[in-house]
Design a protein around this ligand. Structure first.
Ligand code: FMN
Length: 139
């Protein structure tokens, strides 16, 4: 079965008061659904933006992205790249997550992500590399 990777970025519509609970819900739903459809990947989140890597069978990834695009919890969803891959970069991650906070701020900064140059302004290869480095630290 041929695998693809899709990377998108978006502007978050979550507000401070319920960000934690909303992210927990998004992640729980994502893991449950992705598990069923053979999708793995990683979600990066800041206060203002999201970037997500989805990898798996073409049909599953396309169908899942089709649902994510219309989710009211974010806006201005922009497809950055969709490409065939030989192997997964996030095997075992039905969906990982990293938020920029006091502990991850340093590593986000190493990849050039800052409040002025947030996730949705970054190129896809930087986003994949950042997600991959964080995933490996948590492995
Ligand atoms: C930032 C973000 C990331 C998401 N990631 C996934 C995901 O990886 N897989 C998934 O199935 N749904 C994900 N969702 C949730 C979908 O948008 C959608 O709510 C969910 O798939 C259920 O679809 P339904 O409400 O049409 O049944 C994400 C939502 C947001 C806002």
């Amino acid at each position: 079965m041929s695998l693809i990777r899709l990377v998108y970025a978006s502007e978050s519509r979550l507000v401070d008061a319920n960000r934690r609970a909303e992210l927990d819900t998004i992640l729980a739903d994502a893991r449950r659904l992705n598990d069923r459809s053979g999708i793995t990947g990683f979600l990066l989140a800041t206060k203002e933006a999201f970037a997500q890597v989805l990898e798996g069978p073409q049909d599953s990834v396309t169908e899942t992205y089709g649902r994510i695009v219309f989710d009211p919890r974010h806006q201005a969803v922009r497809l950055l790249i969709q490409e065939p891959i030989a192997a997964r970069s996030f095997p075992g991650w039905a969906m990982g997550i990293a938020e920029r906070d006091e502990t991850t701020n340093f590593i986000f900064g190493l990849y050039g992500v800052s409040p002025e140059q947030d996730l949705h302004t970054q190129p896809p290869d930087i986003l994949v590399d950042l997600a991959h480095e964080i995933a490996q630290r948590h492995a």
